[in-house]
Design a protein around this ligand. Structure first.
Ligand SMILES: Cc1ncc(COP(=O)(O)O)c(C=O)c1O
Length: 408
């Protein structure tokens, strides 16, 4: 028998299956009410529009190029559409600043690859998107906490990074309706992150996967837009690396995301892509260019209305059913509510009990914490849940938590 462990690179040691995966396998069972998956509602995908666009791309004059190899930067009409999209978000850039990736997840992997040597430090929020930690882990970093409201001295970040044998290399955050907390960073928080990253002279990776999904409240400028203001609109001078995604709006199945950054970084990303997969699927990019041009705005309206309703329903159910002492976020968009249980309770324990006795699933919060903290937290997703599931599932969860708090 081959002993694989003795041939794996050290980086493979950081690739670990999550402890909760086993429990979440139960989700396939039909009687489970699941708030665990962080995925878009498939019933909202514009399937017909995609069907028509694939037929067009494959039958018209574009058919041959759509089936051919293409450039690593990405399909030009899609990048051109994204230049217009970014302009609507207050970011003026050219197609040379836009780089297409096979899902923003691939972008996070490339950025980890470009920036992190083993022992270097990544600044991440506690909690942070689990998939980003997974992408970065392969490059063997240490983590330190990104908290825009902390008054820590800049030197303390440098000293901590030196202690693990590296340097602070970037800050990473999800400023809008974050995965997992649903929270949005204020303009002041974004400016504070720019101040800190300027002082450390490091890039800030702005993961904007949920940016389009605002239901209410005021738009907050992206970190990239604020960074541009600091540089008189010169996109090639910014430190922000903006990661966008079509997954939460049009479809995750085509695996399409984009990075907007200064051209020096884009050049390096292109080299990373050439070594990894040459380019993102040509045909999917050609189809997305057509579908985004035709119905991006209408699709975003549809999704916002559906998710806003579910968010409201979930918050109302939490208000009704959660015992005193339990706290939760009130997101202005996105897909998630983050629940904090009283100190001493454990989200993973609660999940095991919940699956067994209540048939309700969610994601315990510890896996989102790079330092292993957050045991008393959990993430609820409302994106795929019906009114009945939300009402019944939150009522059951409330009863379970109340019982646990009473020590029953
Ligand atoms: C915050 C965040 N970033 C990135 C991703 C990855 O998205 P994509 O489908 O674009 O790879 C996700 C997916 O859940 C996410 O929640």
């Amino acid at each position: 028998m081959m002993n694989w462990d003795q041939v794996f690179a050290t980086r493979a040691g950081r690739m670990k299956a999550s402890e909760i995966r086993e429990l979440l396998k139960l989700l396939d069972q039909p009687d489970i009410i699941s708030f665990a998956g962080g995925i878009p509602d498939a019933r909202l995908f514009p399937a017909e529009a995609f069907g028509a666009a694939y037929a067009e791309v494959l039958s018209g004059p574009d058919a041959v190029p759509a089936l051919q190899y293409s450039v690593s930067e990405g399909y030009r009409p899609l990048r051109d559409w994204l230049v217009g999209h970014m302009a609507r978000l207050g970011v003026t850039c050219s197609a040379n600043n836009v780089f297409i990736v096979s899902g923003s997840q691939q972008g996070l992997d490339y950025l980890g690859k470009l920036f992190l040597s083993p022992g270097d430090t990544a600044l991440v929020t506690f909690p942070a998107y689990m998939g980003a930690l997974g992408a970065f882990n392969a490059y063997e970093p240490a983590y330190d906490r990104l908290d825009p409201r902390s008054n820590r001295e800049v030197e303390s970040y440098r000293d901590k990074a030196a202690a693990t044998g590296g340097r602070v290399k970037f800050a990473y955050c999800v400023p809008d309706f974050s995965n997992p907390t649903g929270e949005t960073l204020s303009r002041a928080d974004r400016e504070a992150i720019l101040d800190l990253t300027e002082a450390l002279d490091i890039p800030v990776i702005e993961d904007a996967a949920y940016q389009a999904l605002r239901f209410d409240g005021d738009n907050v400028p992206s970190i990239l837009a604020l960074d541009l203001q600091r540089h008189n609109g010169d996109i090639d001078a910014v430190r922000t690396v903006y990661c966008g995604s079509f997954s939460k709006t049009l479809s995750p199945g085509l695996r399409l995301g984009w990075i907007v950054a200064g051209k020096d970084l884009i050049r390096k990303l292109v080299l990373a892509k050439q070594a990894a997969d040459l380019h993102t699927s040509t045909i999917n990019q050609a189809v997305m260019a057509k579908v985004a041009t035709r119905l991006f705005d209408a699709q975003v309206d549809t999704i916002r209305a559906a998710y806003r309703h579910r968010r409201d329903r979930m918050l109302a159910a939490l208000d009704r059913h959660m015992p005193k002492g339990v706290q939760w976020t009130r997101p202005e968009g996105g897909m998630f509510v983050w629940v904090t249980l009283p100190e001493g309770m454990d989200g993973a324990d609660l999940l095991a009990k919940s699956l067994q006795s209540q048939r309700v699933a969610f994601v315990p919060g510890r896996a989102f914490h790079a330092d292993g903290s957050g045991a008393n937290t959990l993430r609820l997703s409302y994106s795929c849940a019906s009114d009945e599931m939300i009402d019944e599932g939150i009522a059951r969860l409330g009863r379970l938590i109340e019982g646990e708090m009473a020590g029953v």
